[in-house]
Design a protein around this ligand. Structure first.
Ligand SMILES: NC(=O)c1ccc[n+]([C@@H]2O[C@H](COP(=O)([O-])OP(=O)(O)OC[C@H]3O[C@@H](n4cnc5c(N)ncnc54)[C@H](OP(=O)(O)O)[C@@H]3O)[C@@H](O)[C@H]2O)c1
Length: 346
């Protein structure tokens, strides 16, 4: 490789997005090139070949103009970035060597020069599918782990409800709840996803929220004695209905509110007084606050994956050019399981 300069396809955000994101908000740039060697004066940087890229709902918030409450927006005209799995091609960082596999924040392009290495993790267990490090063994896995075990403080026998339950995070929360001996119900947006929840991930029950006219009645059907733990992924009407069905001293881990991300004006929530009378603890969290627990998380999940007790469904789009459609598909529920983009198979 050496000083070799190669073509480097990139996914560019054309301009800030309003409302629902569209595939046409992005373009595939084919004219860029990159040297497969770090500049001689580089320090603490890595040059990587990207193998898998992760499509995550939070990326939509980065497609909008600066919002003080959220991470830095993408720069229109430049490649977007996000979580991914990559092979180190060259390194000036003591923790990473040429040939290492890593996961963390990288560019939506074939090769990336990463100067902020604070969110890079070296992959030690490469016998499992590498794409898992965008999901089960990466950021979404840590999100499910932190939100369920750390925020919800679950106990055996408790009742658990998970929304967006077949997605990257939700499918794991449900399986963690079953491992803990809880009763778990999930909601999802299609019959196929509902089947997956019950037959693949072992949820006790599941329902298609799009077919329920009265979410309160649906929750009462599945939780006649109420919900101890709600893992919140969607917000809006579902949150309002859940509040009515929570039990005394229930816990709500607010992981995300995808139903609200595309709205110009967020929906109101009417039943917050339930927090008071039922002594409910409702707590938001962001996964980077818990990355110090990553080794403990691996200790829990790796044996379960290897002995088949923990399973994972991925939706893999092939080729960098399929990235924009895969990413915007998250907001219409097109993805079945964790949405990944395979950029290169090495
Ligand atoms: N706090 C954190 O640090 C953190 C980290 C990662 C993710 N999150 C949040 O966790 C949630 C799940 O993320 P994920 O990565 O697992 O995504 P995902 O579930 O794999 O994909 C998103 C899913 O959301 C559902 N959805 C889309 N629009 C919806 C709407 N209007 N109402 C209800 N459901 C809708 C769709 O499934 P259906 O077909 O079932 O509708 C879609 O497949 C998101 O809110 C995300 O922002 C938070």
């Amino acid at each position: 490789m050496g000083e070799e300069e190669v073509s480097n396809k990139q996914i560019i955000l054309k301009d800030y997005v309003h409302g629902f994101p569209k595939e046409s908000d992005f373009l595939l740039k084919t004219s860029s090139t990159i040297k497969l060697k770090l500049p001689y004066d580089s320090h603490d940087a890595v040059l990587v070949k990207n193998l898998y890229l992760s499509c995550d709902p939070y990326m939509l918030n980065r497609m909008r103009e600066a919002d003080a409450s959220y991470p830095t927006p993408f720069t229109p005209g430049s490649p977007i970035n996000g979580y991914g799995v990559s092979r180190v091609v060259d390194s000036s960082h003591t923790s990473f060597s040429k040939g290492d596999l890593i996961w963390g924040i990288t560019g939506w392009e074939e090769y990336s020069l990463i100067t902020d290495t604070s969110l890079l993790f070296k992959i030690q267990d490469a016998d499992l599918p590498l794409s898992y490090y965008t999901g089960l063994l990466g950021m979404p896995g840590m999100t499910a782990y932190a939100g369920f075990y750390e925020v919800c403080s679950p106990k055996k026998g408790e009742t658990v409800f998970v929304s967006a339950a077949s997605g990257a995070v939700g499918q794991l929360v449900g399986q963690f709840a079953k491992l803990m001996g809880c009763y778990v119900v999930g909601s999802a947006g299609s019959k196929d996803k509902v089947d997956l929840l019950i037959n693949k991930f072992g949820f006790d029950a599941a329902f298609n929220y799009k077919e329920e006219e009265d979410l309160n009645a649906a929750l009462k059907r599945y939780f006649p004695d109420g919900i101890d733990i709600y893992f919140e992924n969607v917000g809006g009407k579902m949150l309002d209905a859940v509040l009515l069905n929570m039990r005394l001293r229930g816990r709500i881990a607010v992981c995300g509110m995808i139903s609200q991300y595309n709205l110009e004006e967020h929906e109101g929530v009417s039943n917050l007084f339930c927090l008071v009378i039922k002594r409910i603890r409702m707590e938001g969290f962001v996964v980077p606050d818990y990355y110090h627990l990553y080794p403990k998380f691996l200790e829990l999940v790796l044996p379960h994956i290897r002995d088949g007790k923990l399973t994972y469904v991925e939706d893999i789009a092939q080729g960098l050019e399929s990235g924009p459609a895969a990413l915007v598909g998250l907001f219409s529920g097109r993805n079945v399981g964790k949405q990944v983009v395979a950029v290169a198979h090495e």
